[in-house]
Design a protein around this ligand. Structure first.
Ligand SMILES: NC(=O)c1ccc[n+]([C@@H]2O[C@H](COP(=O)([O-])OP(=O)(O)OC[C@H]3O[C@@H](n4cnc5c(N)ncnc54)[C@H](OP(=O)(O)O)[C@@H]3O)[C@@H](O)[C@H]2O)c1
Length: 312
């Protein structure tokens, strides 16, 4: 699977650097070579990704996926792919195309992820969250970090989990780290594990030195802090097209409530807390029809658990 993983990383980079309208993408599963809008001469080991909005259906009999308007990937022609390969492509191909949407909207595109229990808890009342997700989920988080330009967390998660936010379990580049708020603890583990920049968005300028950079943006109101869309526009100006939001609850809820989440990933673990910290808390609604719904979604197996992925 590592050849395929490297091809996916190459595709993400090639698409980010491509500035004309895109219709077809080809990857060579053996060499990792990527071709955009041109048919390669050698069709062996090739995989085609075709934009669904282009009405002509692909006529070449090779493994083919369709990129839907919602940004999801669906299987069109399986042709020799194993079930494991199909699952892998479904899990990771959608994140190769985020820079196309970012350039259109002039803001970073967000994917938010939680590992939660069946009763939607992401930590116990003491703040313990290790480990709700299984080992497949841990590797998945590292793949997502490698596929995104930035990874973002709230100050309370820095304090509770002391995370590194770098890529360790798979091949790939470390993302830029982004912290919201001013943690009471220091940035110890973030500073010791990689030299990548760390942006700290807060209400007040912090006296910090590289790789930390303090950014002050106006707040919406004390309850909700800085407007998430303003953060995403600022990140786009820094060349960050995709952001993986790794919690916690308050940070993600702010983004969901502000319609600043593009893709929601929920790793659902077979356990119940019955108490603890809820993943997403939003203002009251009275009717079911007011619920947030998704343009497209899927539930994919993750070892003994599963992942819900919803495209908003
Ligand atoms: N299971 C999982 O997948 C998972 C993932 C992540 C975290 N967790 C758990 O979640 C808990 C932490 O979650 P939490 O809800 O307490 O806190 P959090 O979301 O990590 O951090 C909240 C803080 O972030 C800052 N912040 C968030 N949105 C902001 C905005 N729009 N503008 C400015 N600042 C903003 C504020 O910091 P200031 O108050 O400093 O201004 C706010 O108090 C921990 O127990 C952690 O272990 C679980």
């Amino acid at each position: 699977m590592e050849n395929i993983w490297n091809a996916i990383l190459n595709l993400k980079e090639a698409i980010a650097a491509f500035n004309s309208p895109i219709h077809t993408f080809w990857i060579n599963r053996a060499t990792g070579a990527v071709f955009i809008n041109e048919v390669p001469t050698d069709l062996s080991n090739l995989l085609l990704i075709h934009c669904e909005r282009d009405t002509t259906t692909p006529s070449i009999d090779i493994p083919t996926f369709l990129l839907t308007a919602a940004g999801n990937i669906t299987l069109y022609n399986r042709k020799g792919l194993t079930e494991k390969e199909v699952l892998f492509f479904k899990k990771y191909l959608p994140y190769c195309f985020l820079s196309l949407k970012a350039k259109r909207l002039k803001r970073a595109i967000t994917i938010t992820h939680f590992a939660q229990t069946l009763d939607a808890k992401i930590a116990t009342n003491t703040g313990d969250s290790k480990w709700i997700g299984n080992s497949e989920n841990l590797i998945h988080a590292h793949r997502m970090r490698a596929l995104c330009d930035g990874v973002l967390i709230g100050s309370r998660t820095v304090e509770a989990d002391n995370p590194k936010l770098n890529v360790r379990h798979v091949n790939g580049k470390n993302p830029v780290r982004i912290v919201l708020g001013n943690p009471n603890s220091d940035f110890k583990s973030l500073l010791t594990c990689s030299n990548e920049k760390i942006f700290v968005f807060g209400k007040e300028k912090l006296r910090v030195s590289a790789p930390l950079e303090s950014i002050v943006l106006p707040t919406m109101c004390p309850k909700y802090g800085i407007k998430p869309l303003a953060i995403l526009e600022k990140l786009f100006q820094f060349g960050i097209h995709s952001v993986y939001i790794e919690g916690g609850a308050k940070t993600t809820s702010n983004f969901v409530n502000s319609k600043a989440v593009d893709i929601l990933q929920l790793h659902i673990a077979p356990m119940i807390f019955g108490s603890g910290k809820a993943s997403i808390t939003l203002p009251n609604i009275e009717r079911v029809k007011e619920a947030i719904s998704f343009q497209e979604y899927n539930f994919l197996p993750f070892g003994d658990s599963m992942m819900f992925t919803g495209f908003l």
